[in-house]
Design a protein around this ligand. Sequence first.
Ligand code: PMV
Length: 333
Amino acid sequence: MIPARAAAPGKVILLGEHAVVYGQPALAVPVAGVQAVATVTPPAGPKAAAGLWIEARDIGRRYRLETARPADPLALAVQLTLEKCAPGAAPPAGTLTIESTIPIASGLGSGAAVCTATVRALAEALGRPLPPAEVSALVFQTETLLHGTPSGIDNTVIAYGQPVWFIKGQPPEPFAITAPFQLLIADTGRPSPTRITVGDVRAAWQKEPARLEAIFQAIGGLVREARALLADPGLPLVPGAEGERGAAGGGLGRLGELLDINHAHLRELGVSSPELEALTAAARAAGALGAKLSGGGRGGNLIALVAASTADTVAAALLRAGAQRVLRTTVGG
Ligand code: PMV
């Protein structure tokens, strides 16, 4: 093994979560301000501990691959990478260290990011770097372990490190956003495992299939319109004043409206929460162009689309309304 280091960003879903599990499109973008980093270090010398050690710094665990707990996604990521890059070989000796600044269970893709960084670093250490599609396919298997029935959107956007248009079961389409825009990502401070909300939406769908299908389709329509807006080179420029909501704000104003409508549909699906309602309302009242929960919901993070001129005011309002942390990120460009 040779020393190797790889990083993977966090992600947010712009529009389309939950409906994406039922075949509708979704749009997701990487978030560069937070990341997971994996480092592979060969043994320091002949006296170094034998075997492959996994050191997950953020959760304070260090253990040998062979002694990993069942259903350990990092160990699965390691095993899948070894099978892919060094089939039949014994696990190499060394240490795989994982560190992440991505908050856990909050819709920012922390699980997929640590596994993506792991797969990439180990593949490089074995002299067989993998392309994004192969990294994504391996990480999808770890997502299944974590989330039950994932759509695959998290592993895709994180492994590609680019905005993606995603439909379950189809090859993902990474795409360029022609004009950059700013998002605030605000943490409710309440962790919310995606497995639970995905399971609850499934139970609701089994009980009332027609009502839920109609909501999924409405969400799909919003995602399609957003994609058309994002591919429009004039997005933030035409026509109307910067920072205006709705039609008066041109493409960016309409994108904000689409976020608001998507949030209302997610509330109908039962995945909002009092915190998410209070924070999205505070963001809108402070001048955000639109705001919605992002990811599994019930907690985790929300996103607020802001004009450059209102970003500070909206961030301050979110903190006053109880957000635990507000990240600012530029999407596209
Ligand atoms: O991992 P999260 O919390 O960002 O949620 C993933 C998005 C869902 O649509 C809720 C689930 C999925 O697998 O697509």
